[in-house]
Design a protein around this ligand. Structure first.
Ligand code: FEO
Ligand code: CA
Ligand code: CA
Ligand code: CA
Length: 653
């Protein structure tokens, strides 16, 4: 029996249906490793300082200054057959790195019929480009660097005839190719003699990391009984990474790939065990049929987490414990082993975004992108010391995981997920810190965190350290999750951006002040119980362009806030928004302008710059038609785009 298995795409689009929660003061440049320093060039200035700690009123006080947005907005792209990219006048976008492009020198050229096998795929760009970061070389930071790119998941066009089930099983060759197409690409890039950015091949730095790459476990859970499996009795070595969505970087020049919807790769067919095991059920692991994503467990038994009492450690029941972490990768050392840092806690982690204090103390922020899940930060116990490479690496193995509570009066508190505090005791099901970190969602429930509208990316303002998070949407808000001040819109289809200011501008503070930066969508159409426009009640009129479901989010060095969207552009309610897009906001005036629109069916995601902000890379993920060939017949390929200003200037000016 051969069965079409290509509803995966639809299932992944239904991502939105997941809901299982039952309950700069100082110049940062001076503080960062020399390898990274170039990145913050141009970030010094007074504009952002004006609203440090001042919130909305301070914003109004400086609202008269010149807009940060120097480009002409473009209209939404409403053509249902649009299969290209359109960018603001005076800018150019070129396809830079697509699924199947060579990464390693021996990689075969991509075959348009997708007949490349899994060994070829291991040497080529993976699928579904997502979060990424540019790491400059210190001797020529504006001209030469390493681009590190996540490959989040895979699409059926990975194979000549989509994904197949044969007699109830996935063919192993297909599964291996899918595993090879997940993970991370590291590619060397530099300007040629004409000043055009090119990929360097061969390169001693180029590397593919996948679901088949050995990785180390470090931190409180390394070697713990809960991490041991039949194939890894040490509990210290994991094969590969899954669903690397967004990312982050450290001051010492490493990349942080984040594991988001890892639960969709597992199944536990024992209903009693699934019900009893919070580390499976609280994360949404499937209990019947095939795993939600690709049915890998039918060919690769480690993804079947059903207990097997005949095997040590119950077989693979602990394998799902080994995903949901931050993976630290040193892009400058292609022989290095990626390390999963368990001190960060385990959830469906979107990103891991640094805020660095003047004294070297840090916070790494992230959302857990599921309806009604939480915003977290990890504060390392130690301080970053420039140049102290070896001790800096150990900073990510001890510290405090916090989760956010947003109070109705505009204040907020970071609740420590620490054994013995906030109800995290043995009587409440947490024998020790290992269980707190492993079941961070359950710990956050117990501590009393605020359930949010699917927290995605976080961005930290380069001058003020004000923190912004995208809450992409939540159609169950007002139902399963009650309305609150930070999540105020019932049946929230369009999402919002919330921001906060840590007390004293200190990344490690436990108190903060927050407000809503914007409500996306069509705010005038949304009314509160008294019939007043909801957005107007909250923040006044939003200036600028319509869009839905903010997801990717990043500041450039001058404090422009770049917003990337991810919604189903074929859904009737989204039709006025056009295709997914890249917008730019001025955080002071709240003006938003549309900068770029993508091809039909894609998500726009991933964003990074050269240190001089004259080159920007973004990703077009899962285009639907035939992008980037755009010829109406070639299979679509997720792609990184390079964006430059035609006069060579800074992007956005
Ligand atoms: Fe993979 Fe939450 O986006
Ligand atoms: Ca994505
Ligand atoms: Ca995302
Ligand atoms: Ca999204």
């Amino acid at each position: 029996m051969k069965q079409d298995f290509n509803d995966f795409h639809a299932r992944l689009a239904a991502h939105d249906d997941r809901a299982i929660n039952p309950s700069g003061n100082a110049p940062l440049r001076e503080l960062i490793d020399p390898r990274r320093r170039g990145l913050l060039k141009g970030s010094l200035g007074l504009a952002g300082l004006a609203f440090l700690g001042g919130g909305l009123s301070a914003c109004k006080a400086v609202a008269q200054r010149k807009s940060l947005l120097g480009f002409e907005a473009i209209p939404p792209q409403l053509d249902p057959a649009f299969d290209s990219v359109q960018v603001a006048p005076g800018y150019s976008a070129r396809v830079f790195f697509s699924w199947g492009d060579p990464v390693l020198a021996d990689a075969p050229a991509w075959k348009a019929d997708a007949s490349d096998d899994w060994q070829a795929q291991l040497m080529q760009a993976g699928d579904n480009h997502d979060g990424m970061h540019f790491f400059p070389f210190p001797d020529a930071p504006d001209d030469h660097g390493l681009l590190v790119i996540n490959h989040e998941y895979v699409n059926p066009p990975l194979h000549p005839h989509g994904m197949n089930l044969v007699d109830g099983k996935r063919p192993l060759a297909e599964v291996r190719k899918e595993q090879a197409a997940h993970g991370v690409s590291v590619i060397e890039v530099r300007k040629d003699v004409q000043g055009r950015w090119q990929r360097v091949l061969p390169s001693r730095y180029n590397r593919r990391i996948s679901t088949l790459t050995p990785m180390a476990l470090a931190g409180p859970l390394a070697g713990h009984a809960l991490m041991k499996t039949v194939t890894d009795p040490s509990g210290r070595e994991v094969l590969g990474t899954l669903n690397n969505c967004s990312s982050g970087f450290t001051p010492w020049g490493t990349y942080l790939a984040c594991e988001e919807n890892w639960h969709n790769y597992f199944v536990n067919h024992d209903p009693d065990d699934l019900t009893a095991r919070a580390s499976h059920n609280r994360y949404g692991i499937a209990g019947s049929g095939l795993s939600k994503n690709y049915g890998w467990e039918t060919a690769d038994p480690r993804f079947d987490a059903t207990p097997d009492p005949r095997q040590p450690h119950g077989g693979h029941v602990h394998e799902p414990h080994r995903f949901g972490w931050v993976v630290e990768i040193d892009p400058f050392d292609p022989a290095s082993t990626p390390v999963k840092r368990t001190a960060f806690g385990r959830y469906c982690r979107e990103c891991s975004v640094l805020s660095l204090g003047e004294d070297g103390r840090m916070a790494f922020y992230s959302g857990d992108d599921t309806k009604g899940e939480y915003v977290y930060k990890f504060v390392p116990a130690g301080r970053y010391v420039p140049g102290a490479d070896q001790s800096n690496r150990r900073l990510l193995d001890s510290g405090t995981l916090y989760v956010a509570r947003f109070d109705a009066d505009g204040s907020g508190e970071w609740l420590a997920l620490e054994h013995g505090r906030n109800g995290l005791t043995a009587e409440n099901g947490f024998p020790g810190q290992a269980e707190v970190l492993l079941n961070a969602r359950v710990a956050a429930d117990r501590a009393g965190a605020t359930p949010m509208d699917r927290p995605e990316w976080v961005a930290v303002h380069p001058h003020s350290r004000e923190v912004y998070v995208t809450l992409t949407n939540n159609d169950e808000r007002g139902g399963r999750q009650p309305l609150d001040k930070a999540n105020p819109r019932p049946h929230n289809l369009h999402g919002q951006i919330v921001r906060w200011r840590e007390e004293g501008g200190d990344p490690t503070a436990t108190r903060f002040q927050w407000d809503i930066f914007l409500l996306a969508g069509e705010p005038q159409g949304v009314r509160d119980a008294a019939g007043r426009p909801l957005a107007a009640n909250l923040i006044g009129t939003i200036e600028g362009d319509r869009f839905s479901s903010p997801d990717g989010l990043a500041f450039d060095g001058e404090g422009r806030l770049w917003i990337e969207t991810d919604y189903g552009d074929d859904e009737p309610v989204m039709q006025a928004m056009g295709t997914n897009q890249l917008l730019c906001a001025d955080p002071v005036t709240r003006e938003v302008r549309r900068f770029l629109v993508g091809p039909r069916g894609c998500e726009i995601t991933g964003i990074t710059w050269s240190p001089d902000y004259r080159a920007m890379w973004i990703n077009v993920q899962h285009p639907e038609l035939s992008f980037p060939a755009s010829d109406g017949k070639t299979r679509p390929r997720s792609s990184t785009l390079l964006i430059t200003k035609d006069d060579g200037g800074v992007i956005g000016t």
